[in-house]
Design a protein around this ligand. Structure first.
Ligand code: MN
Ligand code: MN
Length: 334
């Protein structure tokens, strides 16, 4: 006689129902299959790469390439020091502001601009080791007047909005239109300039493609499309300027990303250009991390980092992916 298996059994049931376990297996794989182990690794590597690039570059922030050469030869270790007198492995505003955004989104209530603003405000009050002038002005305006969008300012073409874009890219993976909306909204809390907006959007797109495993050539082709809209970011004739001007910053990152063959080479060459080295390092680290994945990040660098930061960014990267449109139901091209 055939034994009937109940469709639902309690967890304490001594005989697990094969039927139920098949249903549970199907539901769980159907819901999460879009987010593969590889995508998770790339997302995690992107956030860890951001922190590493920040920490690697910060000691040489505002130095010229030749000053760095005179002092370090080639800087390839996380040494601390610099004008901020950092501990080795300490991160700065680039990682901290990214964390502010990631924590607000990981709380799970959906896109939360006010949550991001509140986290920025709490961070500013905590006397951070470094904060850019444009960011400070925007956050204070939010704190004092509740302004979520700072008015247009011709001097707002700094890199302060794009340096904190990674969590937004993770959160919007799979939906270009959502990326665009969220990128610009978060940017304008502090920066309102078309170059800053454009950089935030196209950096987010690059991160999406890298995390989804697109080839270097495919990513390069995507950039060509973006350059046809905004020619300023072309980096074919790189002039070696790595300032905080968002156009210089993005040219530096792309120049070194496309010439290097691995994560380490990308970050070392980027930060040794000097200038806004922690920020170019952070942005390059996020992109290279997304492109190369966890296995390519030098272990000696991870060991040098503040353990709490590495643990938190790893958790947040995975969490943000689970809220992404890709996890919730597939790709949407915008
Ligand atoms: Mn910084
Ligand atoms: Mn910087």
């Amino acid at each position: 006689m055939e034994r009937l298996t109940p469709l639902f059994t309690s967890p304490s049931s001594p005989v697990p129902s094969p039927c139920l376990s098949r249903i549970v297996y199907c539901i769980s794989t159907c819901m999460t299959s879009a987010i593969t182990a590889e995508i998770k690794s790339r997302a995690k590597a992107a956030f860890i790469g951001l922190a590493i690039g920040d920490s690697l570059g910060a000691p040489v922030e505002f130095m010229t390439a030749s000053e760095i050469r005179a002092e370090y030869g080639i800087l390839q270790e996380i040494v601390g020091g610099g004008w901020l007198r950092l501990k080795p492995g300490q991160v700065t505003d680039d990682t901290e502001m990214s964390l502010c955004i990631a924590r607000a989104l990981a709380a799970g209530g959906g896109w939360d601009l006010k949550g991001i603003g509140d986290n920025f405000a709490a961070w500013l009050k905590s006397r951070p080791v470094d904060v850019g002038d444009t960011c400070r002005r925007g956050i204070r305006n939010y704190m004092l007047n509740g302004v979520m969008e700072t008015p247009f300012n011709q001097w707002d073409a700094g890199n302060g909005a794009v340096m904190r874009m990674l969590p937004v890219a993770l959160y919007t993976l799979g939906d270009d239109a959502l990326l665009e909306k969220c990128a610009v909204e978060q940017a304008r809390i502090t920066h309102n300039h078309p170059f800053s907006d454009a950089a935030c959007i196209f950096f987010g797109r690059l991160v999406h493609l890298a995390i989804l495993g697109y080839s270097r050539n495919r990513i390069r082709r995507e950039l060509e499309g973006l350059f046809s809209v905004s020619d300023n970011f072309r980096f074919d004739n790189y002039r070696g300027l790595a300032t905080g001007y968002v156009v210089d910053t993005m040219q530096t990152v792309m120049h070194y990303f496309f010439r290097s063959r691995d994560f380490e080479e990308c970050l070392v060459s980027t930060v040794n250009q000097g200038g806004d080295a922690d920020t170019t390092g952070a942005i390059a680290g996020a992109l290279a991390g997304a492109f190369y994945g966890m296995d390519e990040i030098p272990k000696r660098w991870i060991k040098r980092m503040d353990r709490r930061v590495i643990d938190e960014v790893s958790l947040l990267a995975e969490k943000l992916l689970t809220f992404s449109p890709l996890a919730r139901g597939g790709l949407k091209a915008g």
